[in-house]
Design a protein. Structure first.
Length: 201
């Protein structure tokens, strides 16, 4: 029959075994990384562009040039595509739109990208993109907008394929006399306003 002392030693041994087993499981969990997160991080193509916006002043019938840089900060090389598009915003939240508003001038047609529109961009590499902007003679003075896009082209695959895209927004000012004016009319305005916005009715 086991004595009280032997029982105490048995309990201590069992407790020590549980502590060692828990420590071993904890080390195993730390040493083995998650396969899904590692695969997800490695499969992402990173792309960066600088600058992200450019202001341009040019007279009607004039031509100017510029450049931008596309950077691959990731560890995977990929094929990159360049494109131009119109740019405008809608609503109070200034939601960006990349389609031409009917009845307006498409300033993206004034752009010409130098070099190939599709090229390979290695990991940690930088590609310089030169462009020329030619404003047609007779263009009305004022503000026009366009964007130059750079987009990753993943290899052909079935299912959902992610494309990462960045852009340089061009704020183009065609020089000349421009009349800037505006009016605000309201039938009734509140006498005291405690909010940051002013309601108009």
């Amino acid at each position: 029959m086991p004595t009280p002392l032997s029982r105490l030693r048995l309990v201590r041994l069992r407790a020590s075994g549980l502590v060692l087993l828990s420590a071993a499981l904890l080390l195993l969990a730390v040493a083995v990384p998650s396969r899904s997160s590692a695969a997800g991080a490695g499969a992402t193509d990173s792309i960066t562009m600088t600058p992200s916006s450019t202001e341009i002043h040019v007279p009607p019938g004039g031509t100017t040039s510029g450049s931008l840089s596309v950077i691959n900060p990731g560890t995977n090389g990929y094929q990159m595509s360049l494109a131009v598009a119109p740019y405008r915003v809608i609503g109070d939240s200034y939601d960006p739109q990349f389609t031409q508003l009917p009845g307006t001038t498409n300033a993206s047609q004034w752009l010409h990208l130098e070099g190939p529109l599709t090229q390979n961009l290695a990991a940690h590499a930088l590609a310089s993109v030169d462009y020329t902007l030619s404003v047609p003679a007779g263009t009305a003075p004022g503000g026009y907008y366009a964007v130059i896009f750079a987009e990753t082209d993943p290899p052909a695959a079935t299912g959902v394929v992610a494309h990462n895209r960045v852009g340089d927004i061009l704020y183009i000012t065609v020089d000349g006399p421009v009349k800037q004016s505006g009016t605000l009319s309201a039938r009734r305005l509140p006498r005291i306003v405690f909010r940051s916005s002013l309601p108009i009715s």
